[in-house]
Design a binder for this molecule. Structure first.
Ligand SMILES: [Zn+2]
Length: 267
């Protein structure tokens, strides 16, 4: 078997029981350190209940945090950014939060009903200045394929996925395997992300834990580490703010509703 990220040779890494019944084998790439479930045949069952697992109690806190980090990245490194995309947007909470911070985010998620950002769907063939894919790559059997698609649509990719710890990184030792949900099947190291970036012709900047940027031009490692600190994020955001889109969004949506009603009323 060869690594789906860097094509290096893989070796057995660990085994575990997924969804309380399936024996899962994990393999690790000897070159980049990417760890994956060797044969995640349980995926359709893992998503049969919902795209969002009931075990994800961190979902709101995480979106608030990611909205701050993304807005700070945009404000300080891509201040002219126009349309942006949230790929794998889930409920649409992040898109709403970033529109509230003045950034024109659109959403896409074929697997989850959108609740908070209807009317701001991504359009096919659109190009984006930046795309986010938060808590996505650890779900995919072939993350490089998704990243290549996204890199063709957007100049800057911002990803969140917890990095494999250096030690105590096997099932039962690290929470991110989420064995009772079965949805997390691939786990990155910094070298694995760097290998993915290289194959796409991009640079990598990572905060070393969770947030990663792939682009031709990336923020400094120091800036990425600063983003982890709430006090710094708030300082960064205080000094470069945009006006909220909440009210112009409401006016635009109202205009669409009025136009549809006028169209329906036309004999
Ligand atoms: Zn590899």
């Amino acid at each position: 078997m060869s690594c789906p990220i860097c094509r290096g040779a893989e070796a057995p890494f660990a085994s575990a029981t997924v969804l309380r019944k399936y024996a899962a084998q994990y393999v690790r790439c000897g070159d980049c350190g990417y760890v994956r479930a060797a044969d995640p045949h349980w995926l359709s069952e893992a998503y049969s209940d919902s795209a969002i697992t009931t075990l994800d109690t961190g979902i709101v806190a995480r979106n608030l945090d990611l909205a701050e980090r993304t807005a700070a990245l945009l404000a300080w490194h891509w201040p002219q950014a126009g349309a942006c995309l949230d790929h794998g947007a889930g409920s649409g909470l992040l898109v709403r939060l970033l529109r509230d911070r003045g950034y024109d985010f659109r959403w896409r998620d074929p697997y989850c009903a959108n609740l908070y950002a209807r009317g701001f769907e991504a359009q096919p063939d659109a190009h984006y200045d930046l795309a986010t894919a938060f808590e996505v790559i650890e779900h995919l059997p072939d993350p490089l394929q998704m990243l290549a698609t996204l890199a063709a649509e957007a100049d800057v990719l911002v990803l969140s996925s917890e990095l494999l710890p250096a030690t105590r990184n096997r099932p039962g030792e690290w929470h991110y395997y989420m064995l009772d949900s079965g949805q997390h099947i691939g786990f990155f190291s910094v070298p694995a992300l760097a290998a993915a970036a290289r194959r796409l012709g991009l640079q990598l900047a990572s905060d070393g834990r969770w947030l990663h940027v792939l682009s031709r031009r990336v923020p400094s490692p120091r800036f990425m580490r600063l983003l982890r600190k709430r006090r710094w994020r708030h300082w960064l955001l205080r000094h470069r703010r945009r006006a909220t889109l909440a009210w112009s969004d409401q006016a635009a949506l109202q205009a669409r509703i009025d136009a549809a009603a006028a169209h329906d009323a036309t004999p």
